[in-house]
Design a protein around this ligand. Structure first.
Ligand code: ADP
Ligand code: MG
Length: 421
């Protein structure tokens, strides 16, 4: 099939109003339009949805999009409907639909109006839906958040394991598109193996965030004092402080307030109204700081978060990358400061001790990696990117010198101390 660039750009403009592709999008779209298996690895916010939405809108037939969260699917469907005159262009197929709604979806798919059909993996396993989809023209199947396939990912979902066999039943040679923001080689291997897409062309964007400064400090008895000092030095700037436990979140938020810092707590134990109030206060800049558990952050798109502090070391490098990734979205300053004590690692190990053995082994391996990060004397950016299978030049790379170890190398520090003596 011949696709010229003018066509792609015209469609990009027509459907999304953008005049330019972002990063690898154009090459991904070309690959998908050619009917090839495709694997897209891009950080959060990289623009993965468009990679399959645009080809779906341009092609005949219906693209099936597998996505784990109903809320995410609804948002995407609404956004696609906004750009089309046809409301049936995108649908969600799930168990919450009425009989009439299901009939409408089926008729829109059959008539070719529906270009994107979002399904949860557990719906796709339903015999009734498989029967129906078998008779329809499917342009491709996109598996969003594909790391859910892997136990090494941060969000393993067993239903994702059955996708390949279902796709096989839907027709011969239906192209598969996998997308994820998880860059670890182990997870990637699992995805490729599980979906049987060893022939897929892999598009991997860089995970380097050159504007983020990475720092680790030892955690002492006076960690609260250290945090207060840091926040006061950065007063007026927006920041997130992550704690492991809800109790710590509440305490630290209070300590900050008492010390004149405008801060609110956020964790899953607070009622929904308080949570959304505190989140809004942070987004509207009525407060500078949110002290939170990891319940806070998914889908938070505040561009000018200037620091992310970890009061406790997180459970993996990947979580650390995701959580610190909320800083400096606008390309401006973003200080990522983690407090580290081996005692916290032991606490996390204890947390896991009640879990199945296989899960414990994976959890411990991930934990050892983050310990390595905390204890390393090399460039922290190099360490993180190496974990994601990416080579980083710590002398000339983009963002070199943007971490404590590179700025103040440990040996040099000692040598200097000696000279002073
Ligand atoms: P991801 O799924 O990779 O986290 P999304 O698909 O949600 O990212 O896209 C992130 C944001 O980038 C969205 O607001 C989207 O509208 C925007 N975006 C995507 N592609 C482009 C583009 N070519 N030009 C401008 N903005 C884009
Ligand atoms: Mg996405």
């Amino acid at each position: 099939m011949g696709i010229d660039e003018i066509d792609l750009h015209a469609s990009l403009k027509k459907y999304f109003g953008f005049s330019q592709f972002k990063g690898l999008q154009e090459n991904v779209v070309k690959n998908i339009v050619q009917g090839k298996n495709t694997f897209v690895i891009m950080p959060t916010g990289g623009g993965k949805s468009l990679c399959y939405q645009l080809p779906a809108l341009m092609q005949e037939g219906t693209a099936i999009v597998v996505s784990p969260l109903i809320a995410l699917m609804k948002n995407q469907v609404d956004a696609i409907r906004d750009v089309s005159s046809e409301i049936g262009v995108a649908h969600v197929l799930n168990s919450s639909l009425t009989k009439t709604e299901i009939r409408q979806v089926k008729s829109d798919v059959s008539s070719g109006v529906t270009k994107l059909l979002y399904v949860a993996p557990e719906s796709l396993t339903k015999e009734e839906y498989v029967d129906f989809l078998q008779g329809e023209k499917i342009s491709f199947v996109a598996v969003d958040e594909a790391h859910c396939i892997s136990e090494w990912g941060h969000d393993f979902r067993p239903e994702y394991r059955n996708l390949k066999s279902i796709v096989n039943r839907l027709g011969d040679n239906i192209p598969l598109i996998a997308l994820t923001a998880t860059a670890t080689p182990k997870v990637q291997e699992d995805i490729i193996k599980n979906l049987g897409i060893t022939d897929a062309k892999v598009f991997k964007a860089s995970f380097n965030r050159p504007n983020l400064y990475y720092e680790v400090r030892p955690k002492t008895q006076n960690v609260d004092g250290d945090i207060i000092r840091f926040v006061k030095q950065n007063s007026g700037k927006s920041g997130i402080i992550y704690c492991l436990s809800r109790k710590r979140v509440t305490e630290l938020a209070q300590v900050l307030q008492v010390n004149g810092v405008s801060a609110v707590p956020y964790h899953a134990g607070l009622d929904g109204k308080t949570r959304s109030k505190h989140q809004d206060m942070f987004l509207m800049e009525d407060v500078d700081v949110v002290v939170a558990t990891i319940a806070f952050g998914m889908g938070i798109d505040k561009p000018d978060v200037r620091f992310v502090i970890h009061h406790d070391i997180p459970k993996s490098i990947e979580s650390y990358y995701q959580e610190t990734g909320r800083a400096g979205r606008d390309g401006g300053e973003g200080h990522c400061l983690a407090f580290y004590s081996y005692k916290d690692v032991e606490k996390l190990e204890k947390f896991m001790s009640g879990k199945p053995v296989a899960e414990q082994e994976i959890g411990n391996a991930l934990l050892q990696e983050i310990v390595g990060y905390a204890e390393t004397s090399m460039s922290r950016r190099k360490f993180i990117l190496h974990y994601f299978g990416e080579e980083f030049d710590e002398i000339n790379g983009d963002g070199a010198e943007m971490d404590d170890n590179t700025r103040n190398p440990k040996e040099k520090q000692e040598a200097k101390d000696n000279v002073v003596k």
